[in-house]
Write a protein of this length. Structure first.
Length: 496
């Protein structure tokens, strides 16, 4: 009779492993906590960011000494910002949008573990280097020379590359970029049709991805969004979130049937979204609010804020003293509004969501456009001053207004009589674009090839100008001169 071994081979292996693990655990306990702190995740690593991207996040492997991290974080080129913490997560929020067309390096070395001082150890973070880049500086305009006439043109200032986005058989009349920059919404008429009220709405792809690691459609893919079969499509706007289109439409057979319609901006292939009427009083100029849920409309003797829903008969708000909303700040807390006076002058007001109203300026001419600086309390405006009342001749000029002090800083005086100037502020707030149109002296009224301004004036040619910007407190701003770009076109806009 044989005696069975007390320990089987498998038992002996298991016991040996347990003893080995016990020895290792004991060794680690005697050595103390030796895990080296490091950056586990950097939210902007190898990403392309835009003006809407205002903060990045670091996630650490261990709780960190806050002061040592904040003192040792380096960004090249520098980006001013502020820190906030939640456990092992650190958020760095930019004070102003990162300048476009640049590569950035983020480094962290020399930062300490949170418990290194109390435990008399010297746990220094594993050196970290990250990188990201901002979007290229890209502008769009309507071409005005023989080759590009009436076509939507995209020009990459960073790479000095030019693309024609729309075909020759369409004459572009107006356009709005989507917030991710991958598509543009535009209105256009057929090149063989001189009827300015025959516009249809389309989208076209830019070929520029919103993110560096995201594939996108090739440039120049045009899709019809809204036809002109029963209604004329007049002015339109695209919501800041890129989800809704609002169009001012008029019935071809019934002039009294006139008003605002809204529709989704995106749809699945093969679907044709149908616009819905905004049931409200007829209005004039309009602008979608920053939250993309309402539209501000010049209505009667004031400005109404209407919800984007079929029944908009009850305004969310009504401001009887103002006739027009020129611009909203990005967060929606402020608006630039125009008051039309009985003596034919105009006042520009700053109106806040707290009910505060501040008068910014008065002009005998027109307030053509305004835009809020995304990174400072500054409002840039394109205005005119009446210099001859008998012939009604206007002098356009650009001005920067400090919204805290109401200080005005003239930027540039433009040629007399050029009322059809278009101005646009770069998404990073560092430059202005504007055009200078030269009208045709003896246009042929029946020519379908005529390019026309919003006032119906035939365009012979047009130049585009780029003006760098500095903070308006800087005395050097008055010495900045605009640069004429080697482009022939009008109606410039920046890609977001």
């Amino acid at each position: 009779m044989t005696t069975k071994a007390f320990f089987q081979p498998l038992d002996r292996v298991a016991i040996a492993l347990m003893l080995l693990l016990s020895l290792l655990i004991g060794f680690l306990i005697l050595q103390g906590d030796v895990v080296v702190p490091r950056v586990r995740d950097f939210s902007w690593q190898n990403q392309q960011i835009g003006a809407d991207d205002i903060s990045f996040t670091f996630t650490f492997s261990r709780p960190m000494d806050v002061k040592s991290v904040e003192e040792n974080l380096k960004i090249d080129p520098p980006l001013a910002g502020k820190f906030s913490w939640a456990g092992r997560r650190m958020v760095y929020t930019l004070l102003t949008p990162a300048p476009y067309g640049a590569n950035y390096k983020v480094q962290l070395q020399g930062a300490k573990d949170k418990f290194s001082q109390t435990e008399a150890s010297n746990r220094i973070i594993e050196p970290f280097t990250g990188q990201f880049r901002t979007r290229d500086r890209v502008l769009m305009y309507i071409g005005a020379d023989a080759q590009d006439k009436g076509r939507l043109v995209l020009y990459n200032l960073t790479k000095e590359q030019k693309k024609l986005l729309t075909p020759k058989d369409l004459v572009v009349m107006d356009f709005k970029p989507f917030p991710d920059g991958e598509k543009i919404l535009f209105s256009a008429r057929a090149s063989n049709n001189q009827d300015l009220l025959s516009a249809q709405l389309y989208t076209v792809t830019t070929g520029i991805p919103a993110k560096t690691d995201k594939p996108t459609a090739a440039a120049g893919k045009v899709d019809l969004v809204l036809n002109n079969k029963d209604y004329q499509n007049l002015k339109f706007d695209l919501s800041p979130d890129g989800e809704t289109i609002v169009v001012q439409r008029g019935n071809r057979n019934n002039p009294s049937d006139f008003g605002l319609w809204f529709m989704p901006a995106n749809h699945k292939p093969g679907e044709q979204p149908q616009p819905q009427r905004l049931q409200s009083q007829p209005g004039g100029d309009f602008l979608i609010t920053p939250d993309s849920k309402a539209v501000a409309v010049a209505q009667g003797q004031g400005a109404a804020i209407l919800p984007l829903q079929p029944d908009a008969s009850k305004p969310l708000d009504f401001l009887p003293q103002f006739g027009l909303v020129q611009a909203f700040s990005k967060d929606g807390s402020q608006a630039a509004m125009v008051k039309f006076n009985t003596d034919f002058t105009r006042d520009l007001f700053l109106v806040t969501n707290q009910g505060t109203q501040k008068s910014l300026l008065k002009t005998t001419g027109s307030i053509l456009s305004c835009q809020f600086d995304p990174g400072s309390p500054t409002l840039y405006c394109l205005l005119t001053q009446l210099i001859s009342q008998t012939e009604y001749i206007e002098q356009p000029y650009l001005v920067a207004i400090d919204l805290k002090t109401q200080q005005q800083k003239p930027l540039l005086v433009l040629p007399v009589g050029q009322r059809n100037v278009q101005m646009t502020l770069a998404p990073d707030g560092l430059a202005l674009l504007f055009d200078q149109i030269i009208p045709q002296e003896n246009p042929i009224p029946t020519s379908p090839n005529n390019l026309k301004t919003d006032d119906g004036e035939a365009i012979a040619t047009s130049s585009l100008w780029l003006m760098p910007l500095l903070p308006i407190s800087d005395n050097a701003i008055s010495s900045i001169q605009p640069e004429k770009l080697p482009l022939v076109g009008f109606h410039p806009r920046w890609l977001p």
